[in-house]
Design a protein around this ligand. Structure first.
Ligand SMILES: NC(=O)CC[C@H](N)C(=O)O
Length: 421
């Protein structure tokens, strides 16, 4: 604890990071003392650690920062993406001794201690990242103080006992208990039901700036709960980012199918993209080591433009990226018309976005809310407004609740929907 209290005291207790495959790294205790286990993931963001630490999608993950200096700008009162740190552990090369920013209120390390986040510093985070990149995501433990003196074989066994990320259903552990409303900024133009699967605060903030009144609902929301939002139901439905394996989210997928059946405009981000993929009948799979950071190149296949984007995902939708396809039918044989992969990651051709051509629904795997990250993808929020405007226009002729039929002019591809504004 002396390292924390003094701020300048480099006499840190020892710590060890142990991977499930037996590789270990010795360093110094950082943040709260003790032990922790989780899935080892690395983030390549050079800024934005406060947003990373408070992103609920990192629940049960031990985050390794590839940027060598972390903590330089301290912790402020503005950038939290939720009410607490969610990471299971934190791994840095060289922690800042003294934060420096006009917004800083306290040091990163003090906050890690206050929130009980066990970390390790002084290890070769690039060697660790290369190991994860070559061997794939795996479980990890951090053990500090006297625990670091235990035989490594004993610590490896403890890591191997930790739960896997594959098969983990975690939305219920991070979602809001009570529903709440984020009011529209300026005149209210639309009302949206946002299902919180681990939502980041910036998402309702950006929706609200579009004149949307956002009703954030717990992950357990039923279709009736969604329909009860707004006067005569919501204008649109949003499914958020969130932790865990999308293959476990059967109940949420069933609700999303009801949303699609009712032709309510839908937008999903990250976990929400994976659930749209599943609702349409595609599978999901675990990536070897995932995408995390704020510098990932994505191509919008509609325009051919490349965006630099923020990512945090370990799973992906398994859909063909080179052509539009008929959505595979679900178990009941429901057809959702044609689908195309709207965005792909240029590093590895992974699906980064889905677009329904016969339904008002789309989603992206990455983070247009960009907290932290570049704002290249902000247009995706305009697109949601465009879908809701079009729905308003076709209200007279629509057959609410009908199965999707052939495309009409009002439900044609939403690629250009944002341009109506
Ligand atoms: N940020 C997210 O929504 C992540 C989704 C999912 N848990 C994944 O790791 O792929």
């Amino acid at each position: 604890m002396s390292a924390v209290a003094a701020g300048f005291d480099l006499d840190r207790p020892p710590a060890i990071l142990v991977l499930e495959d037996g590789r270990s790294f010795r360093g110094d205790a950082y943040g709260a003392p003790g032990q922790t286990v989780g899935e080892a993931v690395f983030s390549t963001g050079m800024t934005g650690y406060q947003e990373t630490l408070t992103d609920p999608s990192y629940h049960r993950q031990v985050v390794v920062m590839t940027a060598p200096h972390v903590g330089n700008t301290g912790i402020n009162d503005e950038d939290d993406e939720s009410s607490r740190f969610w990471v299971a552990g934190y791994v840095v090369r060289d922690p800042a001794l003294r934060p420096s920013s006009w917004r800083s209120r306290r040091s990163l390390e003090d906050e890690l201690v206050a929130q009980g986040i066990v970390g390790i510093s002084g290890i070769d985070t690039r060697a660790l990242t290369r190991h994860l990149r070559e061997r794939g995501a795996m479980r990890v433990g951090i053990f500090s103080g006297e625990l670091a003196q235990r035989p490594v074989t004993e610590l490896v066994a403890a890591v191997q006992d930790a739960p896997q990320m594959t098969g983990a259903a975690l939305a219920a552990e991070v979602t809001t208990k009570e529903r709440y409303v984020v009011p529209a900024v300026g005149e209210r133009r639309f009302t949206v039901a946002a299902v919180d699967l681990g939502i980041k605060a910036m998402t309702p903030t950006l929706l609200a700036r579009q004149g949307i009144e956002v009703h954030v609902l717990p992950a357990t929301a039923t279709f009736d709960d969604i329909r009860a939002v707004g006067d005569g139901g919501p204008d649109g439905v949003f499914f958020s980012n969130g932790p865990g394996d999308p293959a476990t989210a059967d109940a949420e997928v069933a609700v999303l199918r009801q949303v699609l059946d009712a032709r309510i405009p839908f937008f999903g981000i990250c976990f929400g993209n994976q659930l749209l993929g599943r609702a349409l009948g595609f599978g999901t799979y675990k990536l070897k080591y995932g995408h995390r950071g704020i510098n990932q190149p994505v191509m919008d296949r509609t325009t051919g433009k490349v965006e630099v984007t923020a990512h945090n995902h370990g799973f992906a939708v398994d859909a063909p990226t080179d052509r539009e396809v008929a959505a595979p039918a679900d178990a009941e044989g429901t057809a959702y018309g044609r689908v195309r992969v709207s965005h792909v990651c240029l590093n590895d051709d992974v699906v980064e976005g889905l677009e329904c051509l016969d339904l008002p629904a789309y989603s992206v795997q990455y983070h247009p809310e960009a907290a932290a990250g570049p704002h290249d993808a902000a247009y995706l929020f305009d697109r949601f407004v465009g879908l809701m405007e079009r729905r308003g226009l076709r209200e007279d002729t629509s057959d609410e609740g009908a199965r999707p039929g052939p495309p009409t002019s009002a439900t044609k591809s939403m690629s250009d929907a944002g341009e109506d504004k």
